[in-house]
Design a binder for this molecule. Structure first.
Ligand code: BGC
Length: 924
């Protein structure tokens, strides 16, 4: 990769990497449009805490070779001032630059709660101007003194005992029902704006005047609650009325109170019981304000949620509902006063990332009866979320829903792979003649099947609706290919991403785990970032990674982490996520803030390894050392199928190289030199230790070759030999892989980048065991944890684990042919492998510039390839064509015109440099 520095995209008129080549402006000219104004990767965020929020926008324009010439950002304290062209907070002035993302605010200091209005005006290389619609962001509560609210608690004797003796969980503490809390207040005149700042140690749903506030599910999301707690900000202006108002909340155990990890101990991060805190700030037209906080005036009573925990499910007794409790007119004289709890020592931080939401609904594809009064609903798709129940019947009827990924041979649901997670929701009817609807509040399940029992009569298919729930990241990728098995595999990986992006990246959504395992995340992050916009989500999660770093500098293997008796830090390929996640986000989004924000932590990790391993082979401090986890030949998941020091050293060379690249991208000249040198030395040490004179590497396992090939650890002549050995191993197994979590993600890239594209595609096309296609042929609708989850009898067997789906990134990069380079540094690379066995492939990727699209069709030697590059971007397109073949664009022989420049011609492809626009290539 060629590297450049932050701010490189400055020379107007110069294409990135194609400098000056497209100086001539093509004739077509439509209007220029500037859209997608975002701050901190979000539209209109509330609760921004960064003193220098980052802007991005996108250009859209017809015609080719459209580039930004300059931009001007204006930020004003009011919408009116911005409309008049004022910029009392910041005027960037006209900046001659192509940068349209990762531009930091450099204006007046911003205060808590401040709303900032902004727009950007762009001039393109044809002199056309366009301004974005006005947008805004709002600052959060920046200092502890901004909070006047108290933490409310419903005291219980047991809680007191556990509180005084809390150390890593409250084993034996009984699960608590969720509590209702409410406070009435009156306003004598209308307000102009109102915000609710709220959080809990536990989970809450807030209500105002009978209406639910916002549409988030299970807030606050999991964090290391010992270190920080996320608060949420809601605009509730429309819910407040003149006269009597009622602010209320249902408060349950959530992630804070539920048993977490396989240890199954509740309240791992702090003592019981749950606590709730909220601050409602209302502003009048004259600028004065009124604030209602959680304080001693709140009253409380138990809710109808008798039990609700993340792993086990929810029990709801509708007979215990208190109708109208969330409206001002309700009589709460028999409710109890709340108590004020001590404030936890954890810091409060606004959640600036997509919340968990209901994303879509599914209807059952079949319903079967497995016993008297027992029915099994099949949603036809494994996913995370819950089922909405519609039921009519006598009061007191108890309906039970048990969730499962698989069925027993007799058709009953099989929960054996959920380990201790009960995954059961129970609803007790209030007996409403109109019928009743139930959805759980503070739990979620990973499932395809639901067993329904206790239902009055026989349930029709409409009795249950599948509610798909996850962090609401924008979907950015689509992939189509002319092979149904690969197509289904791509869909399955997308479903595993949906199912496992719930607050944090989890390993699985169903069993008693659902934890932020970093090996799984690291291998999948590139694929994840094609499928969805992961920028804000990663920034939020990296705080957990930093919180989990040890004083010595070891990154965690899983985070947030609280596993009594176990200390999970530093494993190769797991802890390395601390560097690989920020790098991947930089590569996709050009986000340099994620580099800056994690720079010290990343440096401490490399220094930690160096201190422990001065001879540059990662022999010591390998933490739990999972190795090539779940490799095909492993008897135990962590068997040494590939030498573990080899795996570690390969990752260390790789992450050190990434540090060098990130240093350069952020103008850290000295650090760049340091890490470049260190990585060169680790590479040399790797070769000396693991590469034999005959070109064999390590113990000859496939992963022994894959990692050095993928991470560029070998000189050219050694690469070829290593690739031959890898190919021979694959062939000797009947074109089958033998890799685990760490080798699999890179195997197709290792082959393709060594000129073995055909073998890469052949491996991808396999449908026998072990292969990706095997899962599809066996009816998988999500990615499996094991290559043989269908026959695996261990207790660790999930049907929804995205790690082996990591090669989806290869499908975008090499089958659709879309690679991001690093925005602002490199061209987009378009380089599809147009293998006739696939017939066609196409991809869309909504990049930081806008949508990149490709589509190719192959018929014998003939090829059609259509490529669309968004405005302000440049691409290097490699068209597969032999020297004897004619390459045309829109029917005309390729030449330096219409936004293109023909580059060098190699034996098997032709290079074209192109600016924005759509290009239709044909190869005869
Ligand atoms: C998880 C894995 C994880 C592993 C680490 C398992 O229980 O499900 O995906 O990476 O532990 O050993």
């Amino acid at each position: 990769m060629k590297l450049s520095r932050r701010g490189f995209v400055a020379a107007a008129g110069a294409g990135i990497g194609t400098a000056g080549a497209m100086g001539r402006v093509p004739a077509q000219a439509g209007p220029l449009h500037v859209g997608n104004p975002r701050v901190q990767c979000l539209e209109h965020p509330l609760g921004v805490e960064d003193a220098h929020p980052r802007f991005s926008w996108r250009l859209a324009a017809e015609g080719r070779g459209v580039r930004q010439h300059s931009y001007r950002i204006r930020v004003a304290a009011s919408a009116a001032r911005l409309r008049e062209g004022g910029a009392d907070l910041w005027d960037s002035g006209v900046v001659v630059s192509r940068r349209s993302f990762d531009v930091a605010y450099r204006g007046m200091p911003l205060a808590s709660r401040q709303r900032c209005f902004w727009s950007v005006e762009v001039t393109d290389n044809r002199g056309r101007k366009s301004a974005s619609d006005p947008a805004w962001w709002e600052m959060g509560l920046l200092a502890a003194r901004d909070w006047n609210a108290s933490w409310l608690v419903v005291e219980d004797a047991a809680g007191k005992t556990f509180r005084s003796a809390h150390a890593g969980g409250a084993k034996g503490y009984p699960a608590q029902p969720a509590m209702l809390m409410r406070r009435k207040f009156s306003l004598d005149r209308a307000i102009v704006s109102a915000r609710l700042y709220a959080t809990a140690l536990g989970a809450y749903e807030a209500r105002l005047n009978g209406r639910r506030i916002g549409d988030r599910k299970i807030a606050p999301e999991i964090t290391d609650f010992r270190k920080h707690v996320l608060y949420q900000v809601y605009d509730v202006t429309d819910l407040v009325t003149v006269g009597d108002n009622l602010l209320g909340a249902t408060v349950g155990e959530g992630w804070y109170g539920s048993p977490y990890t396989w240890a199954a101990v509740p309240y791992m991060f702090g003592p019981p019981p749950c606590r709730f805190m909220a601050q409602l700030e209302m502003r009048y037209a004259d600028g004065s304000s009124r604030t209602i906080c959680t304080d001693s005036q709140w009253r409380t009573a138990p809710s109808a949620i008798l039990f609700s925990q993340i792993y086990d499910g929810e029990t709801y007794d509708a007979r215990k509902e208190q109708k109208g409790w969330d409206a001002a007119g309700f009589d709460d004289s028999n409710w109890a006063p709340v108590e004020i709890a001590d404030a936890p020592s954890a810091a409060l931080a606004a959640q600036i990332s997509p919340p968990i939401r209901e994303i879509m609904t599914l209807t059952p594809v079949s319903v079967s009866t497995t016993g008297p009064g027992v029915q099994v609903f099949d949603f036809g798709q494994n996913f995370a979320g819950w089922a909405r129940l519609k039921v009519k019947g006598p009061a007191g009827t108890k309906v039970t829903l048990r969730f499962a990924e698989i069925l027993k041979p007799n058709g009953e649901v099989d929960q054996s792979n959920l380990r201790s997670a009960k995954a059961t929701d129970t609803y007790i009817l209030r007996g409403d003649p109109e019928g009743e609807v139930f959805e759980p509040h503070f739990t979620y399940h990973g499932f395809r099947y639901v067993e329904l029992s206790g239902f009055p009569g026989t349930a029709a298919a409409g009795a249950l609706t599948g509610i798909v729930v996850h962090s609401d990241l924008p979907v950015t990728g689509r992939f189509l290919v002319g092979n149904p098995v690969i197509q289904k595999f791509w869909e399955n990986a997308m479903w595993s991403e949906r199912s496992n992006f719930v607050a944090i990246p989890t390993d699985c959504p169903q069993r008693d785990e659902r934890m932020g395992w970093l090996g799984d995340a690291q291998v999948f992050w590139d694929a994840a970032s094609f499928n969805m916009d992961t920028d804000a989500f990663t920034n939020r999660f990296m705080r957990e990674v930093r919180d989990g770093q040890t004083g010595e500098g070891a990154f965690p293997e899983v985070t947030p982490q609280y596993a009594p008796g176990r200390s999970l830090f530093g494993a190769p390929g797991w802890a390395d996520a601390g560097i690989i996640l920020p790098w991947t986000v930089f590569r996709h989004y050009g986000d340099t803030a994620i580099i800056d924000g994690n720079w010290d932590a990343m440096g401490r990790w490399i220094a930690f390894l160096l201190k422990a391993n001065p001879d540059l082979i990662w022999r010591h401090k390998r933490g739990t050392d999972y190795g090539d986890w779940l490799a095909v030949d492993a008897k135990e998941p962590n068997d040494e199928t590939t030498p573990k020091a080899l795996i570690g050293t390969a990752f260390w060379a790789h992450t050190t190289d990434l540090m060098a690249r990130m240093a350069l991208a952020t103008e850290r000249t000295k650090e760049h030199a340091y890490y470049a040198d260190l990585s060169t030395r680790i590479r040399a040490a790797f070769r000396k230790e693991f590469v034999k004179p005959d070109g064999q590497i390590g113990n000859g396992s496939q992963t022994s070759f894959v990692l050095p090939l993928a991470f560029g650890l070998l000189p050219e002549d050694r690469r070829t030999v290593a690739a031959m050995h890898l190919a021979a191993s694959i062939r000797s197994r009947g074109t089958k892989l033998s890799t685990g979590f760490l080798g699999t993600p890179y195997i197709l890239d290792a082959l393709a980048s060594s000129g073995l594209e055909e073998l890469a595609v052949e491996l991808l096309l396999q449908t026998g065991y072990p292969s990706w296609g095997y899962m599809v042929m066996k009816g998988a609708t999500t990615m499996w944890e094991h290559w043989n989850s269908d026959v695996d009898k261990t207790s660790m067997n999930s049907y929804n684990h995205y790690a082996f789906g990591a090669v989806v990134a290869f499908m975008y990069r090499r089958l659709a042919g879309i690679d991001m380079g690093a925005p602002g540094v490199e061209d987009i690379s378009i380089r599809p492998i147009c293998d006739p066995r696939l017939k066609f492939a196409s991809g869309d990727y909504d990049s930081i510039y806008g949508r990149i699209s490709t589509e190719w069709r192959r018929d014998g030697e003939a090829l059609e390839l259509t490529v669309t590059i968004p405005a302000n971007a440049d691409a290097t397109i490699r068209i597969p064509a032999g020297r004897h073949q004619a390459v045309r664009e829109s029917g005309r022989i390729l030449a330096n015109r219409d936004g293109m420049r023909a580059g060098p011609r190699a034996a098997d492809h032709m290079v074209v440099f192109a600016g924005s626009g759509t290009y239709r290539f044909t190869v005869d």
